[in-house]
Design a protein around this ligand. Structure first.
Ligand SMILES: CSC[C@H]1O[C@H](OP(=O)(O)O)[C@H](O)[C@@H]1O
Ligand SMILES: Nc1ncnc2[nH]cnc12
Length: 291
């Protein structure tokens, strides 16, 4: 058994969480650069918590400029075991209405301008992201959302677009035809990096709009999104407050193997490894590199 530490990555509209004991904002240094912001740490119902606003307080980071590697590395360095992302998203489904939440279980990654891996030349690793979210953590989010009285959908495919512009009507119709349920700009490469760092990852999509496909609704507009965001953010904080009781302060190995994702993933022979890269990997891959 190890100690649970829940890491919450707050998306647009979610720049803090409430109720932490011994709360303090901490600067965490990472060899992957500066994280989006300081990280708020504390304890909730006896469980250690870490909160990171994805875009930074005051929202200085665009979806493209979010330092995804530094964020995941910093959470891992603090001792986080389980990461919950909360994100504003557009919907491709009539029944997934603005104000509803969706616990995501699949992604299609259409981002093109981001660093997507901790690994590379000098230390090559291939992890599986066939199932990119942790079912155990997703189930806890589903229960927490229901307890908080949120209308929540179990499972959904999230299309990650580069942005920052929203989709055209043609793109929106195409993603819908592909079977996607929601659209956002940030969960990739975040989910892939969490898997590389052997962190359980779950994503809660907070629906703000119907993107651009819906003939009965105006095309997506930032003013409408911001209006819906405020209510969604309050519900998200309520959901987060319920997670410690559901997850508990002690954790067994993840039954889905998220915390052992690197077990057989490293291909580069020890004598061929780049010492500079392996040094940067101390937190993410120290378990398998023997750091
Ligand atoms: C505020 S609308 C567009 C913006 O909001 C979402 O961010 P996040 O996933 O961090 O909540 C979306 O992905 C875009 O970045
Ligand atoms: N329609 C949309 N497209 C991309 N990101 C979003 N975030 C919130 N609504 C969105």
């Amino acid at each position: 058994m190890t100690d649970t530490m829940i890491g919450v990555i707050g998306g647009s509209g979610v720049y803090q969480i409430d109720g932490l004991e011994d709360a303090r904002w901490r600067a965490v240094e990472s060899p992957w650069g500066a994280p989006s912001d300081e990280i708020l740490t504390g304890t909730l119902d006896g469980v250690r918590m870490a909160f990171l606003p994805r875009h930074g307080r005051g929202h200085p980071h665009s979806p493209t400029s979010v330092p995804y590697r530094a964020n995941i590395d910093a959470l891992k360095r603090l001792g986080v075991t389980d990461v919950i992302s909360v994100s504003a998203c557009g919907s491709f489904r009539e029944e997934m209405a603005p104000g509803d939440f969706v616990v995501i279980d699949q992604f299609i990654d259409r981002t093109v301008q981001r660093e997507k891996s901790f690994f590379g030349e000098g230390c090559v690793a291939h992890v599986s992201v066939a199932h990119p979210t942790c079912p155990r953590l997703g189930a806890a989010c589903l229960t927490a959302a229901r307890e908080a009285g949120v209308r929540v959908h179990e499972g959904g495919t999230y299309l990650a677009m580069e942005g920052p512009q929203f989709s055209s009507v043609a793109e929106s119709r195409m993603y819908r035809a592909w079977g996607c349920d929601v659209i956002g700009m940030t969960n990739m490469p975040e989910a892939k990096l969490a898997r590389e760092a052997e962190l359980c990852y779950a994503s809660v999509a907070m629906i703000t709009d119907y993107d651009s496909w819906h003939e009965g609704h105006d095309t997506v507009d930032i003013n409408d999104i911001v209006r819906t965001l405020t209510g969604n953010a309050d519900k998200a904080r309520d959901l987060v407050r319920r997670l410690p009781n559901l997850l508990g302060s002690e954790r067994a190995l993840c039954p889905h193997g998220c915390d052992r994702a690197l077990e057989y993933a490293l291909l580069t022979a020890p004598e061929k490894r780049d010492p500079a890269l392996t040094a940067k990997l101390d937190a993410v891959a120290g378990r398998v590199l023997g750091a």
